[in-house]
Design a protein around this ligand. Structure first.
Ligand code: SAM
Length: 281
């Protein structure tokens, strides 16, 4: 896969955003200081920790993970719902451009209203590069189109209902070399081996019940049949934890767990001397 410098967006989305700015959103919700309105979109406030991890990882990647840190930092939220992640990539991760996509066209007013708190063009140049774009494509089609146009992203976020395995290949194609792919899977039943038919359709494999579902789910989604190395990169996670502390997010409780505890467990799980299947409960 060849990486190329891109100037986004070169191609118009299938649906052109309206020129008129939408009415300001009612801002019924706030997440880590970012206000937005979920409208009719699927949104769970207790999944905020997952979005925190995405923003922390993206921020570190922008600052010190890229070969050319001065290049525009481009994010793509393939299944954006109300656009809360896209908004947080703009507001908190320092994204220069965010592409917010959701297959549901009915969510367009909600997404536009939420993102409209950021000017669509950068303030320096009225007709200059855009800060964000909204589209309503199937995620695989959108990602494949970006690849065909050689438009590669630093961060691609796929937050589907259930498992994300079906989108991994297309997402990797549209990712810059060394870029960050953030997948959210809620399909733990199949990944744990308790839904053989659904695991076959989601992962192309009959998953058997395993004592270590985290490794198993990672393997069948991304790596292959078996992964016995560390699940995480301890130094990157330690930096994420220190950034979470700096931003005051580390001790916020969602679902009875703090980011501090979550990242601490992930750091422990990344010790390469641990046996395969080690999970601290
Ligand atoms: C779990 S919700 C996203 C929630 C959102 N990312 C958040 O953090 O609040 C999944 C979204 O994906 C959209 N969706 C489902 N299938 C899709 C597809 N094939 N391509 C693009 N979007 C899709 C749905 O309309 C829904 O809004």
């Amino acid at each position: 896969m060849a990486a190329a410098a891109i100037s986004l967006p070169r191609s118009p989305p299938l649906l052109q955003p309206t020129r008129r700015r939408p009415a300001p959103p009612a801002c019924t919700h706030s997440e880590r200081g970012v206000s937005f309105d979920p409208g009719s979109a699927f949104y769970r406030s207790d999944s905020a920790a997952g979005r925190d991890l995405a923003v922390l990882a993206a921020t570190l990647h922008r600052c010190r993970g890229r070969p050319d840190p001065s290049a525009p930092f481009l994010c793509l939220d393939a299944m954006c719902g109300c656009g809360v992640r896209a908004l947080r990539y703009l507001a908190q991760a320092g994204a220069d451009f965010v592409w917010a996509n959701d297959a549901s066209e009915a969510l367009r007013p909600v997404i536009l209203a939420n993102l409209s708190r950021f000017e669509r063009s950068s303030p320096a140049a009225e007709a200059g590069p855009r800060r964000w774009m909204v589209s309503h494509n199937d995620a695989t089609r959108l990602l494949a189109e970006r690849y065909l146009r050689r438009e590669y992203f630093d961060v691609i976020d796929v937050d589907s209902f259930g498992g994300d395995a079906a989108y991994v290949r297309a997402a990797l194609l549209a990712l810059k070399i060394g870029g960050l792919l953030y997948l959210t899977s809620t399909d733990w039943r199949s990944a744990r081996g308790y839904g053989s038919r659904s695991s076959l359709s989601s992962y192309g494999a009959y998953v058997r019940p395993m004592p270590y579902p985290n490794e198993d789910a990672n393997s069948i989604t991304v790596v292959g049949p078996l992964w016995t190395g560390p699940l995480h990169d301890a130094s990157f996670l330690t930096e994420m934890l220190s950034l979470a502390n700096e931003w005051g997010w580390a001790c916020t409780i969602e679902n009875g767990v703090t980011l501090e505890k979550l990242l601490g467990m992930m750091i422990e799980e990344s010790d390469p001397r641990l046996p395969p299947g080690y999970i601290k409960t």
